[in-house]
Design a protein around this ligand. Structure first.
Ligand code: KG4
Ligand code: ZN
Length: 366
């Protein structure tokens, strides 16, 4: 345990949220969130129905200094009080990651404090611990616009990927469904709202990978099936609601079925632990039907569900600062010439093995 309190500034800019937060770890091990500022870029991306990387990078560059200043002000600290600077260094949209990392490097140099290069996925993996004690190990389902992964979070720096999407993320499928039916951006909340008025059994849609002996996901086929169903429909409000409801039901089914498989894998990996815990994070975790389906699954399979508050589920800098504190305590500092990494798998196995998915010319994406 460290003697003096550690005060860390966290910076997040890997997708379409520009965020900064300040966390303090006291000498008795308590962590306090002193501030957490998030500037969304929804307005900038709305006309395009999805995140446009160049627009995201420019928006991060324009906003980041103000957001950091605001985080320092809100925390009631001075720049000189900071012990270290933690920034997301990947994986993510490269222009945005560079914007955040450059600011962190500048501050680290100017203040003469260490730089901590944080994997965005590690931030998500540790995020439930921002809200409440969440002892290792636990099974994490990360479902956002950029990621769909099932991870065994064994301890700090020790993660096993039990499954991931082989094509699109679940959030992308929600956004595409909304785009096809012209429901607006971000698509998830719009699809969820419309789904309430529709019949989930109205349209027959696929459940990719059902019954497969692994815990991977696939959403590309489902996305295409939705587009076809819409083309073939009479495009009335009733038809749209039925498609939204049927799509959401298909995603719920896929999520629960794939997670059930991951629960088996998790139990095999950890046969003797004291209670099984399942955590959901990411923007899609806001979806009530998905949450309810997973709650039911947890009850059936003897897992306790932990769903952190939404402000910690979606992209935020508090989770980056938390990971930063842990790395600071380990003395795991980054050199000032560290590069941003658009691809950076969290689990060590992915670096060595060819995964089932997301494997481009330069290796696994995440
Ligand atoms: O975690 P997040 O805020 O950002 C990243 O993608 O990193 O997740 C955003 C995604 C979007 O694709 C959005 O459509 C989806 O989460 N989403 C939802 C809901 N709210 C947000 N999907 C389904 N139902 C929702 N209520
Ligand atoms: Zn994220």
């Amino acid at each position: 345990m460290q003697d003096a309190p550690v005060i860390i500034l966290g910076i997040e800019s890997s997708c379409d949220e520009t965020a900064a937060a300040i966390l303090r770890r006291t000498s008795d091990g308590e962590t306090e969130i002193l501030s957490s500022i998030i500037a969304s870029q929804d307005e900038e991306h709305r006309p395009f129905g999805g995140v446009v990387p160049e627009i995201a990078a420019r928006a991060h560059m324009q906003k980041i200094d103000t957001i950091i200043d605001q985080a320092v002000d809100d925390a009631g600290v001075q720049y000189d009080d900071l012990t270290a600077i933690a920034a997301t260094s990947g994986p993510g949209l490269i222009g945005g990651v560079i914007a955040g990392l450059m600011s962190a490097k500048g501050l680290s140099m100017a203040l003469g404090v260490p730089l901590l290069a944080i994997n965005h996925l590690e931030g998500h993996a540790l995020s439930p611990r921002l809200a409440a004690p969440c002892p290792f190990p636990y099974l994490l389902l990360l479902v956002s616009g950029g990621h769909t992964q099932l991870l065994s979070v064994n301890g700090l720096g020790d993660y096993d990927r039990l499954g991931s999407t082989v094509d699109d993320a679940a959030g992308e499928a929600f956004d595409k469904t909304a785009r096809v039916m012209d429901l607006g951006f971000p698509g998830g909340p719009a699809v969820e709202k419309l789904a309430m008025k529709g019949n989930p059994d109205a349209i027959k849609l696929p459940r990719p990978f059902r019954g497969k002996d692994h815990a991977n996901f696939s959403f590309a086929g489902l996305k295409t099936a939705v587009a076809r169903a819409f083309d073939a429909s009479d495009k009335t409000p009733k038809a749209k609601a039925d498609i939204a409801a049927s799509f959401q039901r298909a995603v719920c089914d896929v999520m629960t079925e794939r997670t059930a498989k991951a629960m088996e894998l998790f139990r095999d990996q950890h046969p003797d632990i004291d209670g099984y815990r399942f955590v959901i994070a990411g923007g899609v975790a806001a979806n009530k039907s998905i949450r309810e389906s997973l709650e039911e699954l947890c009850t059936l399979r003897g897992f306790t569900l932990t769903a952190p508050p939404m402000k910690f589920c979606t992209d935020n800098a508090a989770m980056i600062a938390l990971a930063g504190i842990e790395h600071y305590i380990k003395g795991d500092f980054a050199p000032l010439d560290i590069a941003a990494r658009p691809r950076w798998p969290l689990d060590k196995q992915a670096a060595k093995h060819r995964p089932a998915s997301g494997f481009g010319k330069k290796g696994p994406k995440s």
